[in-house]
Design a protein around this ligand. Structure first.
Ligand SMILES: O=P(O)(O)OC[C@H]1O[C@H](O[C@H]2O[C@H](CO)[C@@H](O)[C@H](O)[C@H]2O)[C@H](O)[C@@H](O)[C@@H]1O
Length: 360
């Protein structure tokens, strides 16, 4: 009887994982009718660019970016989730203007290998391993190396579980176990859907022996983490605090992410009425983010907010423009630059020559 209860509990758990995993990475909306309402409550960050620029006025923008599905498109092979050169150049540029952090489920070393920018903060293993920039825009020596490791005592256990999971799942075609130092990922993307339940059950049985670890699900992946009260939301707060923005009204954090784990950061922002959360998703999902973007190709333009802010400042200060508030502007993103078409029909970009022609 006890055995039966345990088994049925286990089955229910596995089914819940499978259902959530399917829901977190669908290819098209299940209910197309929900889409307009969802878009109404979570409008495109690009369409609401002017409002975001306006709300961030006078505040220090700090950008937080998830990696997979946000900076790089989702691909079948996790080792080939490369970011474009254009995205790298964009990140390098924005890191010159404001503090920028990558917050990822990957280990710090892995995500650094993909991004390769010394100017950024990196919060790997779902925020459990945080490193500071090793190069600043003024080329001063920064908080080099590890800033915080929330789960260092779990490292031997994670290594042990990694080996067991590799062994136990090797019979499932397409299954792959990835180590992210303080977290592990069991990938389902290349496994036939009819074998998902069997694979999830294998993972559950291994984890039954490790009560100090927990399982969460992402986009066709089960993630195994230490059961500690630390997540991407805590990592966001930690980075803000180390930048000196604890309880500050002068900061405007922008967090962009696509996954369930990013919801912890969106929740922190919405509960503290701080900055904004932007969810990257083409389909309606339950989210604490205020805005949305369709896919990684839309992430580049939005992180140029600071430039847009500068342009706004320039035009509102300009004597040539007759009205102090320019009302809705249309933003264009061309060759890594923000251009604005204002109400008085001026087309403005940040190029020096254009600026001089218009204002000086
Ligand atoms: O927090 P993130 O940076 O989004 O990391 C979450 C997981 O991302 C990676 O898996 C996802 O992307 C892969 C490559 O596109 C894809 O094959 C996989 O199906 C996705 O779940 C990464 O490999 C995992 O370790 C991270 O936990």
């Amino acid at each position: 009887m006890i055995m039966k209860t345990l088994l049925s509990k286990g089955d229910a758990k596995v089914n819940t994982f499978i259902d959530s995993m399917r829901a977190s990475s669908p290819t098209r909306p299940e209910n197309q009718d929900q889409t307009p309402t969802w878009i109404f409550y979570h409008p495109s960050a690009l369409k609401m660019f002017d409002e975001i620029v306006y709300n961030s006025r006078g505040k220090q923008i700090v950008t937080f970016l998830d990696y997979d599905g946000t900076l790089s498109p989702i691909v079948s092979d996790p080792d080939k989730a490369f970011m474009t050169e254009k995205m790298r150049a964009t990140l390098k540029d924005i890191a010159m203007h404001f503090p920028t952090a990558i917050v990822s489920g990957r280990s710090v070393d892995k995500v650094y290998n993909f991004v390769q920018l010394k100017e950024l903060y990196y919060a790997g293993s779902h925020g459990m391993d945080i490193r500071g920039p090793t190069k600043s825009r003024s080329h001063k020596k920064m908080n080099e190396g590890v800033l915080f490791q929330a789960a260092s005592q779990f490292l031997p256990m994670m290594n042990e579980v990694y080996k067991i999971l590799v062994e136990k799942t090797k019979s499932v075609k397409g299954a792959m176990v990835e180590t992210n130092k303080f977290c592990l990922s069991v990938h389902f993307r290349c496994v036939d859907e009819k074998n998902w339940a069997a694979l999830a059950e294998k993972v559950r049985l291994v984890l039954n022996e490790y009560p100090k670890l927990r399982i969460t699900q992402g986009r066709k992946v089960l993630e195994i983490k230490p059961s500690i009260k630390w997540d991407k939301g805590k990592a966001l707060e930690f980075v803000l605090e180390s930048l000196g923005y604890n309880n500050s009204n002068n900061v405007f954090p922008i967090y962009i992410g696509d996954d369930r784990t990013d919801e912890d950061a969106f929740k922190v922002l919405s509960s503290r009425s701080l900055g904004i959360g932007i969810l990257v998703s083409q389909i309606p999902k339950e989210t604490n983010a205020s805005y949305t973007l369709q896919d990684p190709s839309e992430v580049g333009p939005i992180i140029f907010l600071n430039q847009a802010r500068l342009v706004r400042m320039m035009i509102t200060r300009s004597e040539r423009c007759p009205i102090p508030y320019l009302g809705p502007m249309t933003y264009y993103y061309i060759n890594k630059r923000i251009f604005l078409k204002t109400k008085c029909n001026i087309f403005i970009g940040l190029r020096q020559r254009t600026r001089q022609r218009l204002f000086i």
